[in-house]
Design a protein around this ligand. Structure first.
Ligand code: HEC
Length: 211
């Protein structure tokens, strides 16, 4: 009997769904049905503003934690607490630095994310919840600075802008490593590649001080 790992069947399902969507997208612009149109450059720009680790997409503007504290108090503390400690059931944003490889890891924007630009991008795109898109670039720099300051990563007077934000070294920058490649199944498929991966992961864990 051949084993089929769960992950394989799940990924083929996902693939099928993606192919369906791809067909839908192609049809919407296809000549056959004369439906839809290609988005204009302005429309793509309004939507496509993801900010990567190099921060090339970051706009002008600046702010420090001193300014961010005021904004955070009025627009964010209701859900995230005065210092970003979180108000149940909303997430903690600050603290937890150095806890990720302990028995009680605390995952926050400060402790987990490898790049500070991701905090900027997330706030800019999705916060404050229910009033997304209302913050100016400088507001977002100030709020990002506040979260970094409250996680003890920068000083409260450090000004964040498109240059300095990229230079911030997040505490978990080196905590990510590439996924272990899928091991090959035995000739007779008598074991699942997954188990081998778990073994490898344990080894990696030990190397990183885990148990
Ligand atoms: C109404 C509640 C609410 C308000 C107000 C709010 N947030 Fe959030 N925030 C959330 C929720 C819920 C999440 C979890 C992600 C999601 O579901 O979008 C989140 C996630 C985040 C994250 C990512 C956390 C992570 O590491 O995954 C950041 C950063 C953040 N918020 C910043 C802010 C800032 C800055 C403000 C103020 C401008 C703000 N939020 C206002 C509810 C809120």
């Amino acid at each position: 009997m051949r084993f089929i790992p769960h992950s394989v069947s799940r990924s083929s399902f996902l693939l099928a769904v993606m192919v369906l969507f791809a067909c839908g997208a192609a049809m919407a612009q296809g000549p056959t049905y004369k439906l839809g149109r290609a988005p204009t450059d302005a429309e793509v720009k309004a939507w496509d503003h993801a900010v990567g680790p190099e921060g090339k997409e970051l706009p002008d503007g600046s702010g420090s934690a001193v300014e961010g504290a005021k904004l955070f108090g009025t627009k964010c503390s209701f859900c995230h607490g005065r210092n970003g400690e979180g108000v149940f059931p909303w997430p903690k944003l600050t603290g937890g630095v150095g806890t990720l490889n302990t028995p009680n890891p605390i995952r926050t924007s400060g402790s987990y994310l490898p790049y500070a630009t991701t905090i900027w991008d997330f706030i800019n795109r999705a916060m404050p919840r229910d009033a997304e898109g209302t913050l100016s670039p400088s507001d977002v720099y100030a709020l990002t600075a506040f979260i970094l300051f409250k996680s003890a990563i920068i000083k409260d007077t450090d000004v964040m802008d498109k240059k300095t934000l990229v230079e911030v070294k997040m505490p978990n920058r080196d905590g990510f490593f590439p996924a272990i490649p899928q091991a090959k199944a035995d000739k007779d498929h008598s074991w699942l590649p997954f188990w081998d991966q778990v073994k490898e992961m344990r080894k990696e864990d030990k190397a990183f001080g885990g148990n």
